[in-house]
Design a protein around this ligand. Structure first.
Ligand SMILES: [Zn+2]
Length: 212
C-alpha cells in the first residue's frame, strides 16, 4: 500500500504545471495568511530556525563564489547581455512603461517635500544664471558650426542628426554655471543626459576610466 502523502507527491509530480499555476494564484490571494503562518511557525520553532540560520551562514562562502562566477560571466558577456536587453525591452515596452509610470507616481508621493525643495533650488539657480536669450542660442549654434563644419556634439565629437541636439552647460546650472555664451555648447540629448551634473573636467575623467 502507498501512503496518502506519497500518493499526493506522485500526483503533484504528474501535474506539475497545474500545481505551479494553482500555487501562484493561491499565493496571490492568501499572501497575508501565508505570512502570518510563517511568523507563527518561526516563533514556535525558535531552535530549528537558529539551526537553519547557522547552516545558511555556513554555506555563505560557497554561495559567494557562485555569485563571483556570475559577475565574471556577466563581465565577459557584455555584448550578449546588451543584445538580449534590447530585445527584451522592445518586446515588453508597454509593460516597462507602465511600471515606470507607477514607480514615478509612488516616488513623488513619498518624496514630495524633497522634490519641492529641489524645484525651489532649481528656480533659484535659473535666476542666478541670468536670462537665456534667443540671440545667445543662435550664437552658440553658429559658433559650433563654424568650429566643426556641421552641427557636432562637443562631447563625443560625432555629427548630430535633426532633432537630437540640445544646449549643454559646460559648468552645470546646479553648480554655479551661467547662461553665458562661453558656458554653452551643443551636444546630443543622450550625451547631455549622460553628463548630467558633472563638470566638463569630471566628465572627461569618467570617460577615461570607462574606456580603460
Ligand atoms: Zn554626443
Amino acid at each position: 500500500m502507498i501512503s496518502k502523502a506519497k500518493k499526493l507527491k506522485l500526483w503533484k509530480e504528474l501535474n506539475k504545471d497545474h500545481c505551479l499555476r494553482y500555487d501562484k494564484e493561491y499565493r496571490k490571494t492568501h499572501h497575508k495568511s501565508i505570512r502570518a503562518n510563517a511568523a507563527r511557525y518561526r516563533l514556535k520553532n525558535l531552535e530549528k530556525e537558529r539551526l537553519r540560520k547557522k547552516i545558511y551562514m555556513r554555506d555563505y562562502s560557497k554561495r559567494q563564489t557562485s555569485i563571483e562566477k556570475e559577475i565574471a560571466w556577466r563581465l565577459n558577456n557584455v555584448k550578449k547581455l546588451k543584445t538580449y536587453r534590447i530585445k527584451h525591452n522592445k518586446k515588453n515596452i508597454e509593460k516597462i512603461r507602465n511600471y515606470q509610470r507607477a514607480y514615478r507616481k509612488r516616488y513623488t508621493k513619498k518624496n514630495i517635500e524633497k522634490i519641492r525643495n529641489f524645484r525651489r533650488i532649481y528656480k533659484y539657480n535659473l535666476k542666478k544664471a541670468g536670462k537665456l536669450t534667443i540671440q545667445t542660442i543662435q550664437k552658440v549654434y553658429e559658433s559650433n558650426i563654424k568650429k566643426y563644419g556641421t552641427l557636432t556634439c562637443y562631447l563625443c565629437l560625432k555629427p548630430i542628426n535633426f532633432g537630437q541636439d540640445s544646449l549643454e552647460h559646460k559648468q552645470p546650472l546646479s553648480r554655479n554655471g551661467t547662461n553665458e555664451c562661453k558656458n554653452l555648447d551643443i551636444a546630443h540629448r543622450s550625451c547631455n543626459s549622460k553628463k548630467h551634473c558633472k563638470t566638463l573636467q569630471e566628465w572627461k575623467e569618467g570617460f577615461k576610466t570607462n574606456a580603460e
